[in-house]
Design a protein around this ligand. Structure first.
Ligand code: NDP
Length: 470
């Protein structure tokens, strides 16, 4: 067992005053670490420290800030394997995915290290003077991270925020705090001053809510459920606090009869079962054009049955267990045996396992078709034509991502433009590239992360007018 303690709650714990929570492996159901849990007082102390650190961090020259972020990226890279192994133990992610996730943190740090020296304002023509705009950091930014992608989502928040000159308080999910705590230590090792990135492990209802109500936290970046996101937005409204929300999804995977069916069928399991379906971008609604339905479903059955759900530490693993017993029970509540078309396999015994499962929907009103399940469950329906596909894809409160499979480029463009979602891909599963914007429409979220504009979202634009009158 790893006795892991976050620095800001260590003192209270050593005095016997702090709470401690066991972190459970979803693979073995055993305890892998013991983590201190922050109180409201600990959170306030962390925010105060971050606020003090902000006064110095904002004044660090752009070149030096860039160098520190690059050094942080290099230190994360040096610890890629350690971070990945930690994620496998804490979250049950496959080792291949976990290495990618740690690499993604390195990449976003490197990418946004290019920003401080390029964050230029404008000079706007005026009579009788000179008018300039400048980007100024907001202050302390609160980043609230869910348990499904602990490393990348933390990095998407802190890398652009730090590049802009803000300081960050970061709350990992209670179930998955280990890699965040390690990233906080690595930031110090890389030379980031104390208080610039502070990890505050604890409950959402305590630490997360305090980020929302604390007047010195000037922006909250939240990723998680739509329900909690709405509460956070309402809380932020009280102080007109800036907020970014990355919420749930129920994305469509649309397969037209003219597509490369073999390629689409080979990609479909990864599009929904990757990370055991615990992915806001999961393409969990499969729409297949009626004229190709039988052929495509035959190919899909083969690829689902070949999808390797096994010990995530194995190099061959494509899917691990669900994060908790509670999540498994919730996912299982959607699976009615009568609706099962076919399943893959999963290990038995210890661990929160569930096989990849494909359900036939009777209509768009089926609960498994409409609700975000957040597990390895794919719902399937047929459609007739392009208009039908767009109508069905848009018949949801969500709008995060989706895929379109067709050999007709014009159709790919028309459907991609017609589907209401923030991130679409044609003949591909991919949703996330750190240099392109990511985010949802409708109840999938508000604002964009990643891409070239993310740093500006952590700034205020100040306008200054200089009179040239004598
Ligand atoms: P939550 O939205 O509850 O949790 C996400 C993060 O928010 C966690 O760090 C959590 O803390 C924190 N949090 C919880 N309540 C509050 C609050 N009142 N104020 C501030 N922060 C808070 O997600 P769940 O873990 O309950 O998952 C439920 C469902 O949400 C999933 O089944 C899935 O449908 C969806 N979801 C979507 C995600 C996405 O990527 N868009 C990610 C995760 C979930 P803590 O857990 O420590 O209490």
């Amino acid at each position: 067992m790893l006795p892991i303690r976050a620095p800001q709650v260590q003192d209270r714990r050593e005095k016997g005053g702090g709470n401690v929570r066991d972190v459970i492996s979803p693979v073995t159901e055993g305890v892998v670490a013991s983590v201190a849990v922050a109180s409201v007082e600990d959170t306030d102390a962390a925010v105060d420290r971050a606020h003090r650190a902000f006064q110095d961090w904002r004044a660090v020259s752009p070149g030096d800030r860039a160098r520190l972020l690059r050094r942080f990226a290099a230190v994360v890279d040096d610890h890629n394997e350690e971070l990945a192994q930690l994620e496998v133990r804490n979250s049950g992610h496959t080792i291949g995915n976990a290495r990618w996730e740690a690499g993604n943190v390195r990449d976003v740090l490197d990418y946004y290290a290019g920003a401080p020296e390029r964050l230029s304002g404008r000079q706007i023509p005026v009579a009788g003077g000179l008018d300039v705009t400048c980007y100024e950091p907001l202050g302390v930014v609160g980043v609230i991270v869910p348990w499904n992608f602990p490393m990348p989502i933390a990095g998407w928040g802190f890398a652009p925020a730090l590049a802009a000159g803000n300081t960050v308080v970061l709350k990992p999910a209670e179930l998955t705090p280990l890699t965040a705590i390690r990233l906080g230590e690595l930031a110090l090792e890389a030379g980031l001053p104390e208080g610039v990135l502070t990890v505050v492990p604890g409950k959402g209802s305590v630490v997360g809510e305090r980020f929302v109500t604390h007047p010195l936290v000037r922006k909250v970046c939240f990723t998680g459920s739509t329900e909690v996101g709405k509460r956070i937005m309402a809380g932020c409204a009280d102080q007109v606090k800036r907020v970014t929300l990355e919420l749930g999804g129920k994305s469509a995977n649309i397969v037209f009869a003219d597509a490369d069916l073999a390629r689409a069928a080979a990609a479909a399991p990864g599009a929904v079962f990757d990370n055991a379906g615990q992915d806001c971008c999961a393409r969990s609604r499969l729409l297949v054009q009626a004229s190709a339905y039988d052929e495509f479903m035959g190919l899909l059955e083969q690829s689902v049955k070949a999808f390797r759900c096994e010990d995530p530490a194995l190099e061959s693993a494509q899917m691990g267990p669900l994060i908790s017993a509670g999540r498994r029970a919730s996912v299982a509540s959607y699976v009615d045996d009568d609706a099962v078309l076919f399943r893959g396999t999963a290990p038995e015994g210890a661990g929160y396992w569930m096989p990849p499962t494909v359900l036939g929907a009777r209509s768009t009103q089926d609960r498994h078709w409409r609700e975000e399940i957040f597990g390895p469950v794919l719902s399937v329906l047929r459609f007739d034509d392009e208009a039908d596909a767009i109508r069905m894809a848009n018949d949801t409160e969500y709008g995060l991502s989706g895929s379109i499979w067709t050999r007709d480029l014009g159709r790919g463009i028309r459907v991609a433009r017609g589907v209401e979602a923030g991130n679409l891909s044609v003949n591909s599963n991919s949703s996330v590239r750190y240099w392109t914007p990511f985010g949802g429409v409708k109840q999938s979220g508000l604002g964009r992360e990643l891409g070239p504009d993310a740093v500006a979202a952590f700034c205020e634009v100040k306008n200054i007018y200089f009179s040239t009158e004598a």
